[in-house]
Design a protein around this ligand. Structure first.
Ligand SMILES: [Zn+2]
Length: 86
């Protein structure tokens, strides 16, 4: 399984962290020409040195469905910001 990680900045103190995202669930999308698309629910958390709790969620996908993530994207951050948000 591919390993995902996102670089984020603590919302409280501005410290930069690398958060590893793990696959916590998978589900299938609509049936397409080569079968259904497979989705991976990703989640990772970390506590900053300042005490701030940071949570990152994302979605990965695979089409045709192979069980191996093809690519992924960050959906949401709590307590931190990705650099794309700025
Ligand atoms: Zn912090």
């Amino acid at each position: 399984m591919s390993i995902c990680s996102e670089t984020v900045k603590c919302e409280n103190c501005g410290k930069i962290h690398e958060i590893d995202l793990k696959v916590i669930n998978t589900y299938y999308g609509e049936e397409r020409q080569m079968g259904p698309e497979e989705f991976f629910v990703l989640e990772g958390d970390k506590d900053c040195d300042c005490g701030q709790q940071m949570l990152v969620t994302g979605t990965g996908w695979s089409y045709p469905a192979t069980g191996e993530m093809e690519d992924w994207t960050t959906d949401d951050c709590e307590g931190c910001n990705t650099f794309e948000d700025e």
